[in-house]
Design a protein around this ligand. Structure first.
Ligand SMILES: [Zn+2]
Ligand SMILES: [Zn+2]
Length: 88
């Protein structure tokens, strides 16, 4: 009996955010992630995260394609359930 309890409370690794979580406390707001990739190219004009200054060259910027965050470490713009490697 105790073994079953242990299994249910076992920490799992989320393949999306790489954090460990316990399935019993996995809610729709547990996982923060970016649904798109961190890319390196020019911002689309509509999606531009910041205004280029008059002296800024239009060089490629690195940013998340989903929300325009330019910091690779920026916390996710979307929340959902964690997804473990056991899930399909
Ligand atoms: Zn994002
Ligand atoms: Zn996660």
């Amino acid at each position: 009996m105790e073994k079953n309890t242990e299994k249910r409370n076992q920490q799992k690794l989320c393949k999306r955010c790489n954090q460990t979580f316990s399935p019993s406390s996995n809610t729709s707001s547990s996982c923060r992630f970016h649904p798109s990739f961190f890319v390196c190219r020019r911002h689309d004009d509509q999606k531009r995260y910041y205004e280029l200054g008059p002296d800024d060259p239009p060089y490629a910027a690195k940013f998340y394609d989903c929300c325009g965050a330019e910091d690779a470490e920026a916390s996710g713009c979307t929340t959902s359930f964690h997804v473990s490697y056991d899930d399909d």
